[in-house]
Structures are given as structure tokens and as C-alpha cells.
Design a protein around this ligand. Structure first.
Ligand code: ADP
Ligand code: ASP
Ligand code: MG
Length: 409
């Protein structure tokens, strides 16, 4: 007897037939006494379709009404999934985030789960039902529905699993685990059997879209192992777990990640006096724009001007432009240049620290492929390079070949 939280992504629930297959699989694997909570995403590409629909009436994709619109996608899936079970004669109930006690706060479209109060979920499980919860959404203390950022159903599932002390959180998706690179970019990427929370979090933050970064943080907070696996096959996938429970020895490089959605902003000719960086980054933070790579450089020894160059998610570019152009009008910054054609490629591995020469190998692979590096940044377990977006596929493949080609890292 165990409590499972099983999350199915958009491609897994894309059609009623796929929903029926999921229901059949869950019922055939269920042991007597097992309690099952299912978290589902919107069907197929329906979140993108809703965004496209909104584009026909507004350019502004953030705010209360956008979240009201986008959360409908998951509500279609939960109801259909519950109806699927009921049609098979199995008691099931769908719950929205408000009904399941998923409490969230923060900006619309990127809210964070701050509390989970799963009393109703427990009651329905105890009444013998399969409970189907809408992913990607939360409810605020005001009663507004908010979304948790793209890929947010992963976070709903892990938060629920953690708060309910589930035995396992399973993330079912269209790949059979976490790979050494996105298989869409690198067809011969290799499946990773187990990966530490820290490595997975870094991969996810650096663009490995298979898990939303916040979901990995939730897993760390609640000490809950996560099994990423295929909806369509029964083989074991990848276990994301705490380092102390890992069986495998560390690899210097565990994976390559890429992010194609980067914009670069250069604030030029800023007076080299205290408080300038603060005024730029504080204005952005107040408007919920997160900044990633940052470089500040002095133009030359005999000038008192500096350039501040940084990157953001290109979905935030319009908001950042508004903020920085307002700052410019007020005389806060002299000149700003925006480029929306960048990408970031990264390598991740907890063993990287003790292995000299890793950075040189990455830069060598890029150099031999004729890819120019714009900005380099590092963390304890990763190295990232900002490059032209048009070179991204070739860069990811070259770096993957360097570390996972004939010679393993
Ligand atoms: P879902 O709809 O199930 O949430 P996603 O599209 O969000 O699915 O995530 C699965 C996709 O993540 C895969 O199809 C794959 O292209 C992509 N992905 C990116 N990086 C990786 C990686 N390192 N390993 C596996 N998949 C990855
Ligand atoms: N439907 C949402 C999205 O497309 C949430 C999710 O799939 O996790 O981002
Ligand atoms: Mg996803």
C-alpha cells in the first residue's frame, strides 16, 4: 500500500485515447490499497494555443486575465481525465488548485507555491477515489488563480507529493528519462539512470526543459525522490535524488543544456560611481524581470564610464525595455542596446570542480565549430557560454561530442 503522485505532461494527455491509455496503465499497475493522485497538464499544445488566442486581442501576455485564460487548459484535462476513469467504472474526482489547496503568491504568470493544504485531496482518497489535480495553477490568498510559469505542472506534482509525504513522485513525459542532452538537439544523447538534485536543478535552470527548476527545488525541500519516466513505455527512467543515496560514481560532466530564449542588454556609458548597478537591477527586479549573466567592464583606463551587459529571458524583453527606457528618460542611464538573437549553452557536473581542463575542452569544441563566445559564466557545477542563437544546435552537438563522444568524460 503506497501513496503515489503521478504527473502527466501535455503530450501524454494530448488526446482522449492517450488519456484512456494512461487510465488503463494506472489501473493495471495499482496494488490493493494504493492511493493515487494524478497531476495533469493542458492537452497537447493547448497552452500555446491559448497564448495565440490572447495574441489576437492583446500584446500583453501577463496579468490576471492571462492567468485566468491559461488555467482553463488544465481544467479541461482534469475533467476529461476524471470522466475517463468514471466511464471505466472507477471512482475519480477532478480538483482545481483552489480545491486541492495549492496556495501560491507572487507575480501573475510566475507565481510560486507557498503552501499546500491537501485536506480535500486526502478526504477524496480516503473515500476511495483517484484524485486528479490541475497542474500549473495556484490560488492566492485573495482567491485569484495564478500560473506557476511554463512547465509548472512539474512543480504542482512535486509540491503535492512533498506535502502529502507520498512514497514517490513520478513525472511521466514524452522522453524515457533525463538525457545527457536534449534528445531533440542530440539524437545520440545517453539516458542518465540517476542524477543528484543539485545537478538536475542546474541542468533545469540552464534550460533542460524536462523539469521545471522550481520542481527540483521542491524535491530538495521535501527530500522526495523524483522518477522521470516515459508515459509510453514501462522501463525505469531517471531518479533524481540526494547525493548521499547515489549508487553511481560522479562524472565530471553529467550533461549539456541549452536555452534558446535569451536576450542580451547592454547599458552603455554608465558613470563609474557607486549605486549605478543597483539602480538598473533594482528597477528590473521591482518589475519581476530576472537577470542572468552579468558583465561590467571599464571602457578604458582613462575614462570614468563603464558598460553593464547582462542577459534575461527573452519573454521578459518587452517588460525590460519599458523599465530601462523609463530610466533613460529620467536620465538614469545614457544608452541601452537590446539584442534578441542569443542563446546559452552550458555543461553541468558536480565533479567538474576537481577536474582541470574541462572549460578548455568546452571552449575548444566551440572554437573548432566556428562558434563565437559572447559571455562566459560559471557556477561551482556548471560553465555557460552565450552564443549566437543561429549556432545553437551545432554548439550543443559539438560540446556533447567532446564529452560524450567516443571518450566518456
Ligand atoms: P511534458 O509536456 O511532459 O512536461 P516537456 O516538453 O515539458 O514535457 O519536457 C520533455 C522534453 O524535454 C523532451 O521532449 C525533451 O525534448 C526536453 N528535454 C530538454 N532537455 C532534456 C534532457 N536533458 N533530457 C531529456 N529531455 C530533455
Ligand atoms: N501547460 C503548462 C505549460 O505548457 C504547464 C505544463 O505543461 O507543465 O507550460
Ligand atoms: Mg514540462
Amino acid at each position: 500500500m503506497a501513496l503515489y503522485v503521478k504527473k502527466f505532461g501535455g503530450s501524454s494527455v494530448a488526446t482522449p485515447e492517450k488519456m484512456r491509455n494512461i487510465a488503463r496503465r494506472i489501473l493495471s499497475e495499482r496494488q490493493p490499497g494504493d492511493q493515487i493522485v494524478i497531476v495533469v497538464s493542458a492537452m497537447g499544445d493547448s497552452t500555446d494555443d491559448l497564448l495565440a488566442l490572447a495574441s489576437q486581442v492583446t500584446k500583453d501576455h501577463f496579468g490576471r486575465e492571462m492567468d485566468m485564460l491559461l488555467t482553463t487548459g488544465e481544467q479541461v484535462s482534469i475533467a476529461l481525465m476524471a470522466l475517463t476513469f468514471q466511464a471505466m467504472g472507477v471512482p475519480a474526482i477532478s480538483l482545481t488548485a483552489a480545491q486541492a489547496g495549492i496556495i501560491a503568491e507572487g507575480a501573475f504568470s510566475k507565481a510560486d507555491i507557498v503552501d499546500v493544504r491537501p485536506d480535500r485531496v486526502f478526504r477524496e482518497l480516503d473515500a476511495g477515489k483517484i484524485v486528479i489535480v490541475a497542474g500549473f495553477q495556484g490560488v492566492t490568498s485573495e482567491g485569484d488563480v495564478v500560473t506557476l510559469g511554463r512547465g509548472g505542472s512539474d512543480t504542482t506534482a512535486v509540491a503535492l507529493a512533498g506535502a502529502m509525504k507520498a512514497d514517490m513522485c513520478e513525472i511521466f513525459t514524452d522522453v524515457d528519462g533525463v538525457y545527457s542532452a536534449d534528445p531533440r538537439y542530440v539524437p545520440d544523447a545517453v539516458k542518465i539512470d540517476e542524477i543528484t538534485n543539485e545537478e538536475m536543478l542546474e541542468m533545469a535552470r540552464l534550460g533542460a526543459g524536462v523539469m521545471q527548476p522550481k520542481s527540483v527545488e521542491m524535491g530538495m525541500r521535501y527530500h522526495i525522490p523524483i522518477h522521470v519516466r516515459s508515459t509510453f513505455t514501462k522501463e525505469a527512467g531517471t531518479i533524481i535524488r540526494e547525493e548521499t543515496t547515489m549508487n553511481h560514481t560522479q562524472f565530471a560532466v553529467r550533461g549539456v543544456a541549452q536555452d534558446a530564449h535569451i536576450a542580451k542588454i547592454a547599458v552603455l556609458g554608465v558613470p563609474n560611481v557607486p549605486g549605478m548597478a543597483y539602480s538598473v537591477f533594482n528597477a528590473l527586479a521591482e518589475n519581476h524581470v530576472s537577470v542572468d549573466m552579468i558583465v561590467q567592464s571599464i571602457r578604458s583606463a582613462d575614462t570614468d564610464k563603464t558598460d553593464i551587459i547582462f542577459t534575461i529571458d527573452n519573454n521578459d524583453l518587452d517588460e525590460a525595455k519599458k523599465v530601462l527606457e523609463a530610466l533613460k528618460q529620467e536620465g538614469g542611464v545614457p544608452d541601452v542596446i537590446y539584442s534578441d538573437d542569443k542563446a546559452k549553452v552550458s555543461i553541468v557536473g558536480a565533479g567538474m570542480l576537481g577536474a582541470p581542463g574541462i572549460a578548455a575542452r568546452m571552449f575548444g569544441a566551440l572554437g573548432r565549430s566556428g562558434v563565437n563566445i559572447d559571455i562566459i559564466s560559471t557556477s561551482e557545477i556548471s560553465i555557460s557560454c552565450l552564443i549566437p542563437r543561429t549556432d545553437l544546435t551545432k554548439a550543443v552537438q559539438a560540446i556533447h561530442k567532446e564529452f560524450f563522444g567516443s571518450e566518456q568524460a
